[in-house]
Each structure stands twice: as structure tokens, then as C-alpha cells.
Design a protein around this ligand. Sequence first.
Ligand code: PEP
Length: 227
Amino acid sequence: MKKLVIANWKLNPSSLKDAQKLAASISIKAKNKVVLCPPTIYLSNIQYPNIGSQDCFWQEKGAFTGQVSPLMLKDLKIKYSLVGHSEKRGVGETDEMINAKAKALLAQKITPVICIGFGTTVEHDDLEVTDILKSQLDIDLGGLDSSKVIVAYEPVWAIGTGHNATPEHAEKISIFVKTKYKVPTVLYGGSVNLGNAKSFLQQTNVGGLLVGGASLNAKDFNQIINM
Ligand code: PEP
């Protein structure tokens, strides 16, 4: 079955030319569905079938310096937007803000990819992890149609560290989120690479991957999206 693989380029690459080169080197006929999330400043200049934003604001327009609205994203035909990434939560983004962003995205028919897992540690057992995720999702998904969002489980300790969660743990968490919150697609993210991607994609309830570092290497990423 086709899974969803989202590339989060974060603050890379450093020029539009390199971003266009990277996008052009990613297969458009992959086995899995692929979404590229380049930095906001490149969004209107990247050609790829599915483009996502790394973040957005919850207001449509007005006196909000530096922000980008879902209305603007829609105008650029952006279909997805990450919200609640740990790197945003780490600088003050709250679950209430994430909820407002998700609602604003849905109002423009853009799919929010709500990232959860900030605040977890490698020492937490599954129950402790689900308690933390519950406290996030109860607010993140408040008052919106959860069947229209994607959730990405990204234990913060696994992001960019080279220490991934086990595929079995990702599967358990995916089942929890799908069952309790009626979210159809749950992705795993956190140090996914060429060596471990398949073991996550093979899990029945893991709907795909959110890939940071490894998505900047076209050779590796093209193999991951074809697993
Ligand atoms: C991410 O930024 O969402 C991520 C999972 O990063 P990495 O794959 O580099 O751990």
C-alpha cells in the first residue's frame, strides 16, 4: 500500500538554485506519495507535484509582521503544512497556537501535519509517552475534524540525533493515535535514514515518514520513497 513520505528540508539549502536542484532530483514517480517542504522563501519557485509548508500563521491577513497565512499558501497551491514541529514548540509554540493554525489551514483546504512528541524522553515508557501525546492532541485537535489531519509522531530525542525510536514503538503509538483520535494517517519521524526507513514503512499502522536530514540527500531520499 502507498504510504506518505514528507521531506522537511528545515533551513536548507542556502540558495534557491540549490533548492531547485534538489527538488528536480527527487523522483516524481515514486512508489510512495511524496511531499516536499522547502523553506517558505522558496515555496513559489519549487516545482514538484506535492509541496508543503514547514509552518504557517493562524490569521488570514493583517498586521502580523513576518507571518505567512494559509490563504497565501493556498494561492501558491500548497497542499500540506507542518505545524507543531518540536523545533517550533522549542521556541514557544503552544498547543493552542497549533490548534489555531490547524483550523486556519483546514479552512483553506490545506492538510495540517500536526507534529507531536515534544517533551518525551528516551527513558519514558509507552504509558508516559501516550500521556504526553494525549496532553498535546487533546488541545491540538480540539474542535476540528480529526479525519482531515495527519499526525506525525516525532519523539524529540530522536530528531536529528541518529537515535531513532524502534519501529514497534512507532507502531504502538500510531495505533494509539488512530484509535483514540480517529486520525487516519500517522507518520513516524526522527532520525529516519536509508538503513531504517523500511522497518518503519513495514509497520501496518505507520502511515509513512517525516524525514529531515536524510531528505537533503537525493540519492538516499529517492531510495526511501521507493521502499
Ligand atoms: C524532522 O525534522 O522532522 C526530523 C525528523 O528530522 P531528522 O529526520 O533529521 O531526525
